[in-house]
Design a protein. Sequence first.
Lengths: 244, 372
Amino acid sequence: MARKAFFAALLATLFTICGGLVATSPAEARADIYRYWTYFQVTDGEFVTSTKGVGATVPADGSIEAYRFAAPADFTKPNLPRADLGELTFDTICEHVDAADGKKRVAVIIDYGVPEDAEGGAEPPAPTAACAQADEKATGLQVLSAVAKTRAEEGLLCAIEGYPAAGCSVLVEQATPADPADPVEFELAGHEGDHHEDGGASTDASAEESDEGSNVPLLAAIGAVVLAIIVGGVLLSRRNKTAA
Amino acid sequence: MGAPRVKRLRIRGTYYPRVLHPGAWWLWALGLAAAATRTTNPVPLVLIIAVTWFVVTARRGDTPWASSYGLFFRLALIVIAIHVFFQALLSSQAQGLAVLFTLPEIPLPDSTGIKLGGAVTLEAVLTAVYYGLQLATIFCCIGAANALGSARRLLRYVPGALYEIGIACVIALTFAPQLAADAARVRSAGRLRGSRRGLRAFGRLAMPILEGSLERSVDLAAAMDSRGYGRTTGESAAARRTTAALVLIGAFGLMVGVYGLLTAHSFGTPLLLAGAALGVAGLWLGGRRTGRTRYRPDPWALPEVLVAGSGVLVAAAMFWTADHSPALLTLASPTDVPPVPVLACVGILAGLLPAVLAPPYPVSSAAFEVAA
């Protein structure tokens, strides 16, 4: 009798587990929401989601590429860059950059998204537009790298200018809210001062240099520690050999 | 030189030479490996590799598996080389702007979406090296665990319900080197008879090896049987079935739970816990079946706690850094000068402590004679 009761309990457990699976699945049936950089090309004055990865496209001279960081509820209808394409044209972005021989000019629009998508609700970097000058055969990733720091993983774009700081296309709970109709002001890089050529990189380069200056002693210290560990290990193994 | 050293270590009380519990070494190594999974920054990764190597040098014994660290280290180098070959030299997807050299391009139709060859850039090479380095670091951690706490000793601690499987694994591990020696013997015998290399020669090689190992297995089985191995205490068929059902359902729950946890579904955690509870219950029930005690179990004393604790400390420091300043652990661009996560690095250096805290490996009797 006790055995029968035990088996009944066992079966009940099994059913609970399976039932729990079935019961939770409809609630989970909505597609998982990922937060990532969506990659667009501008054709006929509209943002069109790219069908290829950022490392697989070769943007044409005079085209516009756009990036938006968001967690769209429906990945077939991603949040678009909040730019007014009537104002932000190739000519307005690239007017200060002269075409060089054997190079192409591509306008790059980068929208870092809204605070809802930032880690801990922090204010994301201001949206920018910059003119990239790259080799004629340069891929979308190489064009983007010409104006911003990029972190990519096997052809997937993970971060622009170190935003987000970690992770690559992570699963999130909350989708990005629908964007308001009126566009956001985009900062045009390389339009003040005489630094035409290096686009938006000029301010970042100086910041990076100061970073490096403070970093090198620490790196040297770590290098010394690693060296000390290796020398210590070699000495130790020698002593052990002679001792044994 | 050897004699005074042994004497000094004996005087120190708790730190007389003895074999540390293999579980402590595995916990320490898993802590380091878990830390490595959270970063692609080469600074902490190289530091972790240096730490594992130093501790292995300081505390390994003269056992055959103690040299396995070198094997894993070579494997780690191969991993990095494969990463660089496939992701930097062959792929055009991850290329950046700083061209190092240009490989001849193999023309493929555009529709394949694949491009072979072309310009190889610093960004792609560095990205491949960093990701390869992460995997290589994990390899080194596993290698260190293998060299310090042998897998064979660890198998003694499988739960009683899995006793038969554990025994089978131990036997397989013990006989694997003999099999290799057998193969070498048969091959040199064949070469003396003038047989050639090739597929046919392989068939001629396989037969005697198979025969030899089968013979040895039958001998061993008879010897073990006569010593009472494989004996089970009296138990009903129903109880056995219950155990099997519990373990199976528990494993199923664990599997679905892990899936739920990885895909961030809400049913993940409760199912994982329920599956673990069922599995533990099944293993405990099954453990009662094999009524045997453990022969000379390794103690779990202060050194074990300290060694395992230092591994946990490494992982904790890295996870804290990953939570609070993730920018230190992931490079914004592969060509950036890697930042130094100071706290994580200090944590990793705590992983060096077992080189001092763990008791030294006992010197084998032959070495004692030389020392005396």
